[in-house]
Ligand binder design. Structure first.
Ligand SMILES: Nc1nc2c(c(=O)[nH]1)N[C@H]1C(S)=C(S)[C@@H](COP(=O)(O)OP(=O)(O)OC[C@H]3O[C@@H](n4cnc5c(=O)[nH]c(N)nc54)[C@H](O)[C@@H]3O)O[C@H]1N2
Ligand SMILES: Nc1nc2c(c(=O)[nH]1)N[C@H]1C(S)=C(S)[C@@H](COP(=O)(O)OP(=O)(O)OC[C@H]3O[C@@H](n4cnc5c(=O)[nH]c(N)nc54)[C@H](O)[C@@H]3O)O[C@H]1N2
Ligand code: SF4
Ligand SMILES: [Mo]
Length: 709
């Protein structure tokens, strides 16, 4: 009997918790937290302990490539060899490419937080297409773009451990992030203050010293008002502002308008609570802890700009106990570095044709954050041929039928394509519409090296298991497909120069001096860094300073200053209000599931068998809705509905209802597996209004109605 312990990390979500994996005779005995990990410091969750193992050894695990035999979406499959799968995929993609051109092929993936994102981008570029689709318009994109525009990349650099005050805005760390939750409880214990801004009461608001409950989508007014008070009280960092902030005078004029009286009127929060939040935040060091609750909506960038500028002027930027700027070891390459490296880029005239680049130049195309395209516009292109046809798609590591809004349109688009291939670990509502499905490795079977902003450190995922069945990693699939396309003369250029995952990972480590062996032994590698070395680094903006006033936004004809934007739900006329009287929030996280993942695991289904929609008892009574009863949810402008069980709760304010996401039915006979029944995105629109920078649509704050079924 041989026993061993392997330091690794879980990356089922981008908390990236350090893990210790015990093995006996080649099989996993236990997965648990690594208390020495500088990022997670021993925090962990049930998904890391349990779900990922069952995900790997699930009875539903896809183990072999398969070809569709019935009609698309009929759910009938036949096992084929990898050779046959790659042959057919290459033939069909090459045919699409020669008929409609390289840009008619698009790739979909979650994004560049994982190696599979970079691999998808480079595979598409090798084909000659700049069109790869990412999730971030639905997740974190507004935050990232605001930070980029303002010049302060600080995502995941929240130093709660050294803070005196944490201000949570639209964040539910109890369910979403055990590392943050651990740190917040410790902060509370040592007498620090917690400010929570969230329309829905939850575990965080219950431990808050100051709890602000704004109307959904109005948070920017709170940030501008807190800044207003800090400047009025003289409790901002005037030295930093003087030396490092661009446009303070214009910014000051803007925040002048946001007295607590004005903000109270816009948000529904009391004046005294706004003042209390400003007092707590100004005491410092204070850390801003944002979440998805203020991201992924049509005013997401402006909302983040309002908070980011507050972080800057309050002196909490890159400060112990504040928001640390991204650090990385010298010579190390991140996935984003790779994507932007000139040697891996298509000609700029081609990148300019990325779908979405004209409308959202800071999102898509040559100047874009990840260069990826605008998803709803790609779906439009599939269905209408405008701005040009998209006829083939390769989807990997994303379940777009469930997680993109408007499942009906996504399904229609997939059905109409000339060719669709999906790489996945299990059959799901997206793979249901594929011609070919490919079995993918799980995080226990892959080696991954990445920068963890949180540590900060370089994190390492140890491939502790050999791939089950015939599963392959994204890079291996991409390399094999590239070779097949090359023999068919269907490549623009080869942008995948690595023979295997190890050499890819060594390329990322670059000249950092960090070796794979060290990572294997420890599971991570820390590196030295400095705080507030602004004289050395400057800020990556036009002015070289933190741009309170954004020169980039001005050039694009957008508001260069952070502002409050009225929520779309407020713009509805009397008829829409009477038909759709309630405001819908989506995305409520559950500890058991990760978006659409783990939906086929018995233990999780026992804890959480059905989707729920939370509703205030008084509102429920108004619409004859009883507790635990199934209701249909319909939003304004969308004809399809979604079902969920009502949960009467005073956590939700009157007139607002809140539901989760990611639901589908793995064991259903329905070939769509519930994607247009219990999936909230069956009832959501992916159309505009879009955030003018990221193209994000409102994933919450939509007008809706609930009807008992
Ligand atoms: N267990 C589990 N953990 C996860 C995930 C998962 O699926 N399962 N997903 C991961 C991913 S990718 C993400 S993006 C994160 C998401 O996790 P979080 O960043 O915590 O985001 P949400 O849970 O969507 O919403 C957080 C809070 O925002 C509030 N909110 C809604 N609308 C508004 C608003 O207008 N203003 C304010 N101030 N608050 C609002 C909601 O009531 C909620 O309490 O979780 C990550 N962690
Ligand atoms: N209405 C509404 N829609 C939303 C949201 C919302 O709040 N409301 N939230 C949005 C957010 S924040 C996000 S992040 C997206 C999530 O959207 P998705 O990324 O689509 O969600 P997942 O279910 O996490 O992953 C989908 C597929 O990725 C693959 N995959 C999963 N884990 C791994 C892995 O470890 N390795 C590899 N190689 N592949 C893997 C699997 O095939 C899995 O089925 O959904 C967004 N959609
Ligand atoms: S929070 Fe859970 S799922 Fe996310 S990385 Fe940590 S252990 Fe894995
Ligand atoms: Mo997300």
């Amino acid at each position: 009997m041989t026993k061993s312990v392997h330091p690794s990390q879980c990356w089922e979500c981008n908390t990236y918790c350090g893990s210790l994996i015990s093995k006996r005779n080649g099989e996993i005995l236990k997965i648990g937290p690594n208390p020495d990990h500088p990022g997670s410091k021993g925090a962990f969750c049930v998904k890391g302990i349990r779900a990922v193992r069952e995900w790997t050894d699930n009875k539903n695990r896809l183990l072999f490539p398969m070809r569709r035999v019935g009609a698309r979406g009929s759910g009938e499959w036949k096992r084929i060899s990898w050779d046959a799968a790659l042959d057919e995929m290459a033939d069909r993609l090459a045919a699409v490419r020669s008929k409609y051109g390289p840009m008619s092929i698009a790739g979909a993936v979650s994004g560049a937080a994982f190696s599979r994102g970079a691999v998808m981008a480079l595979l598409m570029r090798s084909i000659g297409s700049p069109n790869w689709m990412i999730n971030q318009d639905l997740c974190g994109g507004c935050q990232a773009l605001s930070e980029k525009i303002t010049g302060i990349p600080m995502k995941n650099g929240e130093d709660i451990d050294n803070a005196q005050c944490a201000m949570l805005v639209g964040r539910n760390p109890y369910a979403a992030d055990p590392t943050q939750w651990r740190a917040l409880k410790a902060l509370k214990k040592r007498g620090g203050q917690i400010v929570v801004i969230d329309p829905i009461q939850g575990p965080a608001s219950r431990i808050a010293d100051v709890y602000l409950r704004p109307r959904p989508g109005t948070d920017a007014a709170l940030a501008l008002s807190i800044a207003h008070l800090l400047v009025k009280w003289g409790s901002y960092d005037s030295e930093f502002v003087e030396r490092w902030c661009h446009g303070f005078e214009q910014y000051k004029k803007r925040i002048d308008k946001f007295s607590p009286e004005v903000a109270a009127r816009l948000t529904g929060v009391s004046i005294s609570d706004i003042v209390a939040a400003a007092k707590a935040y100004s005491a410092g060091p204070s850390v801003f802890v944002p979440g998805h609750g203020i991201d992924a909506f049509s005013a997401g960038v402006q909302t983040f700009r309002a908070f980011d500028c507050l972080v800057a002027i309050s002196g909490n930027l890159d400060r112990l106990g504040g928001n640390r700027l991204t650090k990385k070891p010298k010579g190390f390459r991140t996935y984003l570095d790779l994507i932007h490296d000139p040697q891996f880029r298509l000609p700029v005239e081609v990148e300019r044709q990325t779908i979405g680049a004209k409308e959202f130049p800071l999102w898509s195309g040559p100047e874009g954050w990840q260069t990826a395209c605008h998803n709803p516009s790609v779906i439009e292109a599939v269905l209408t041929g405008r701005p040009y046809p998209v006829r083939g798609m390769y989807i990997s590591g994303v379940n777009i039928v469930v997680t993109y809004p408007d499942a009906t349109r996504t399904i229609e688009a997939l059905k109409s394509l000339d060719f669709v291939a999906v790489a996945t670990q299990n059959l799901n509502p997206t793979s249901a519409f594929a011609d070919i499905v490919l079995p993918k490795t799980t995080t226990l079977e892959e080696e991954e090296v990445q920068l963890l902003w949180g540590g900060p450190c370089i994190g390492y995922t140890n491939p502790v298991l050999a791939p089950r069945g015939e599963a392959r990693s994204d890079l291996d699939i991409a390399l094999a497909l590239r070779d097949e396309l090359a023999t068919r003369d269907a490549l623009a250029k080869d942008f995948l120069p690595w023979p295997d995952q190890r050499s890819f990972n060594e390329y990322l480590l670059g000249e950092s001096g960090i070796k794979i062996e060290e990572l294997q032994a420890k599971g991570f590698s820390e590196f030295p860094y400095k705080l507030r070395n602004f004289e050395e680094t400057g800020f990556p903006t036009v002015s070289g300073k933190v741009e309170l006033y954004s020169e980039k936004l001005k050039t694009l004809g957008l508001d260069p200053l952070p502002n409050y934007v009225q929520p779309n739900a407020d713009l509805a006329g009397p008829e829409e209000r009477s038909h759709f009287p309630l405001i819908l929030l989506t995305g409520l996280r559950e500890k058991t599931y990760h978006h659409s993942r783990f939906r086929d695991q018995d233990w999780a289904r026992r804890i959480s068998p059905d989707p729920i929609v939370q509703i205030h008892p008084v509102t429920a009574a108004e619409y004859n809705i009883c507790d635990t009863e199934w209701v249909s949810i319909q939003t304004s402008g969308v004809s399809t509905k979604s079902r969920a069980r009502a949960q009467l709760s005073e956590n939700t304010p009157r007139g607002v209802v809140s539901t989760g996401m990611g639901w589908w039915e793995p064991f259903s006979d329905d070939p769509e597996m519930g994607a247009r029944d219990i999936n909230i995105n069956g009832a959501m629109s992916y159309g505009g209004p879009w955030d003018p920078v990221t193209g994000s649509s409102d994933s919450r704050g939509r007008r809706c109605r609930l009807t008992p079924v």
